[in-house]
Design a protein around this ligand. Sequence first.
Ligand code: GSH
Length: 233
Amino acid sequence: MNELLYSVTTNAQDHLMRPILTAFKDSPDRGQGFARDMRVRWALEEAGQTYDVKLVTFDEMEQPEYLALQPFGQIPAFIQGDLTLFETGAILLHLAETFPSLLPAHPTKRAQAISWMFAALNTVEPPIVQLEVAHHRETGESWYSKRLPFLQNQIRDVLSDLAKFLDSRDWLLNEFCASDILMMTVLRRAEGTGLLDEFPTLPAYIKRGESRPAYQRAFADQLEIYLRQNPKK
Ligand SMILES: N[C@@H](CCC(=O)N[C@@H](CS)C(=O)NCC(=O)O)C(=O)O
């Protein structure tokens, strides 16, 4: 694996052992913040936790050393001392349990926030990913154009319900928390589909998230890595 190439420093407390996050050395999203390390970076920035990033290539992600960290050969993996974690939901839940600012303090609201974390990953993300995969792998197939409306309608179904829920709220739990980090980064993955614009509540929600300084720091840091690897682009 690469040496540690990159270090992010925020100006807040560093009371935990500084975690390490893996991220693409050369991200296919060209640094637009769709790669899933963005969720973890954003949460760490909100918490004021400094961290390091270990950049990996696709080839390195298939090596036994990396698979010991992330059994599916994906980014991100999270390493903190003896603890290694994978799956962004698990990583965010771990961070939310560590940093009180990432979840509501009230036990009921906290439990509801965790429901929304699961909803982002189990209900909203799957149809978006299904369309992404079809777009990358099936556009040349004869059935693709027939299947497309079905895939789009699956996304519309969840977006419509989510938009109704968010209609009278700024954030999922009325106060910003880890659920919003997961939901917004999941929703951003649907930006290229044009479907979000059918539900104006959702682009407005994403914009609120993107205006947070912690989001902007996380976005700038991951973009800088892409630009370092691709100085002329
Ligand atoms: N469910 C996993 C998904 C991780 C994932 O799909 N990561 C992508 C980048 S955003 C990846 O590593 N793709 C490369 C691959 O699967 O080979 C999570 O939330 O951590």
